[in-house]
Design a protein around this ligand. Structure first.
Ligand code: SF4
Length: 149
């Protein structure tokens, strides 16, 4: 089994409630996929205000050196960590072989995240859930690996 960011499968879990564009056929059969959204599992509603990691990346959040803040200035660090842990629980429950994640998200980013200024600037790094899975030794893949070319 594989966990897949729900928004990559067309579910409207994104912060703005919008559906992502269909990226084509999947490389994994649907019966081997568990859709999940760490931000919803952490307790956030949809739609919600956008959030970014301030002063670091997912690993820094897990180690208490950085925070997740939304565009209203609310500190959502604990909520994001809870969502990452719930996602890990799900992966362990199903003995998931790996996880496919939507890049850029403060939870799911695996190659890049935004820099915490809400100005659209990217920086290399992982989101909180991607960082936790990597630390736990579960293979983390990017959305580019999920769809047939
Ligand atoms: Fe949820 Fe991750 Fe998709 Fe954001 S990128 S909507 S946290 S599954």
């Amino acid at each position: 089994m594989y966990l897949v960011s729900a928004c990559l499968l067309g579910l409207r879990t994104r912060f703005d409630g919008k559906k992502l564009i269909d990226s084509g056929p999947l490389i994994i059969p649907l019966n081997k996929i568990i859709p999940f959204c760490p931000e919803q599992l952490g307790g956030l509603s949809t739609p919600r205000f956008p959030a970014e990691i301030v002063n670091g990346c997912g690993e820094d959040v897990l180690e208490g050196r950085a925070h997740v803040i939304n565009s209203k200035g609310e500190n959502l660090t604990e909520t994001f960590i809870r969502g990452a842990r719930e996602s890990l629980y799900l992966a362990c429950l199903y003995k998931a072989e790996g996880i496919y994640l939507k890049d850029g998200s403060p939870s799911c980013g695996s190659c890049f995240i935004y820099d915490g200024t809400f100005s659209g600037r990217r920086q290399p790094g992982r989101g909180v859930t991607a960082a936790l899975f990597r630390l736990e030794g579960i293979p983390v893949y990017n959305e580019a690996d999920l769809f047939k070319q």
